[in-house]
Design a protein around this ligand. Structure first.
Ligand code: ATP
Ligand code: MG
Length: 366
């Protein structure tokens, strides 16, 4: 007898530039993977970013947000482009993305940085250092110094102009990001490194205290702590030592960008943004790449790998996720490369063809 299919609704937000090209490829990958894993996807494609501005006058139409909220997960392409760069703030495509993150209440940003064996040469680091790097940065996204009050400009006692910000973390904010990080580490190699500046900052001392408290719920995960200055250094000196890193908003902003440069290939990097309940938001870390948009040159692998994160972290479909990840590695092993990761002796392909090769790899997987 046929076992019943698991069914999920996915909101697709293609957005601007290369967004529609990479989303269309990722949709095919999800469909094929689903058909082999007993999963049925219902897709709802909605306008967002510059595309939505042109269509409706706002970067995140209400209907797009409500559709996204009602779905099981959201897959976003990319947003923005020259055309809207001079718009007022509330009419910028990027504002729509901030509204979407707010609307979905996603507070945890997951960014893996892996040096795939097939792409070791793309790394900015020496081969011995780069080989085998496979880490994940879990960044707190909605609190900390980027949002803390009081903030602003003013005057000090000497009548000199000043600018100031405040770092505040409440118990619930640290506890929930810590739990996401421990759960993530559990799905990986079971090692978590919490990065802070607890030798100087009270907000960091409190961060460390709460992370240690939550650790009691996860005795199977090995927890270590590192100061952020040391972590920045260790990421280029010996990145292999890391499995999962959890850190606050500002440190995570910096460290996740640093980690992505280790891999040397912006077209390969996915991300996930998760909330407590409700759908997660999954998107490649690259932008809309207006310079290559509409030319079938974009690397779709970052979005395909974002779809794999959607399955793993958004739906708990780990086997389906693994099937996609394995297919990506297989496609690279068979020598297919888009322009951004191309080096001699490989087969240069466009966005669509790269997608077709991944589909072939998925089908031939045992
Ligand atoms: P944003 O400001 O939107 O975050 P950005 O303008 O800093 O993004 P991208 O839009 O990501 O940067 O583009 C940076 C460079 O990387 C461009 O030259 C672009 O063509 C290239 N690039 C980005 N994504 C891809 C991709 N998926 N495949 C190939 N090249 C890409
Ligand atoms: Mg840009």
């Amino acid at each position: 007898a046929n076992t019943p299919k698991r069914r999920y609704t996915i909101t697709l937000l293609p957005g601007d530039g290369i967004g529609p090209e990479v989303i269309s490829v990722a949709k095919n990958v999800l469909n094929l993977t689903g058909s082999l894993e007993g999963i049925e996807f219902g897709f709802k494609e909605m306008p967002m970013g510059g595309a939505a501005l042109d269509l409706t006058g706002v970067p995140l139409p209400e209907e797009t947000l409500s559709t996204a909220k009602q779905s099981d997960a959201v897959l976003l392409g990319a947003i923005g482009g020259y055309k809207w760069d001079k718009n007022e703030k509330h009419l910028k495509p990027e504002t729509g993305l901030l509204q979407l993150r707010e609307g979905l209440k996603v507070f945890a940003n997951l960014r893996p940085a892996s040096v795939l064996p097939q792409l070791v040469d793309a790394s900015t680091l020496k081969k011995e250092v780069a080989e085998g790097v496979d880490l994940m940065v879990v960044r707190e996204l909605t609190g900390g110094i980027y949002f803390g009050k009081p903030r602003g400009f003013g005057m000090n006692e000497n009548g000199e102009e000043i600018g100031f910000n405040t770092e505040i973390y409440a118990t619930y904010e640290i506890d929930r990001i810590a739990r996401v990080a421990f759960e993530t580490a559990r799905k990986r190699r079971g090692k978590l490194c919490s990065v802070d500046k607890a030798n100087v900052l009270e907000a960091s001392m409190f961060w460390r205290k709460r992370v240690m408290a939550i650790a009691l719920e996860y005795p199977d995960v090995e927890l270590t702590h590192m100061y952020v200055d040391n972590a920045a250094m260790q990421l280029v000196r010996n990145p292999k030592q890391f499995d999962t890193i959890v850190t606050n908003n500002i440190f995570g902003d910096i460290l996740s960008d640093e980690a992505s440069m280790i891999t040397g290939s912006i077209g390969m990097l996915p991300s996930a943004s998760l909330g407590e309940a409700g759908p997660g938001l999954f998107e490649p870390i690259h932008g809309s790449a207006p310079d290559i948009a509409g030319q079938d040159k974009a690397n779709p692998l970052a979005t395909i790998l974002s779809a794999a994160m959607l399955l793993k972290y958004g739906l708990g479909e780990e086997e389906a996720a693994l099937r996609i990840e394995t297919a990506v590695l297989d496609t690279l092993s068979r020598g297919f490369r888009t322009g951004d990761i191309y080096s001699g002796e490989n087969k240069l392909v466009g966005c669509k063809e790269m997608g077709d090769e991944v589909l072939k790899s998925i089908e031939t997987e045992v």
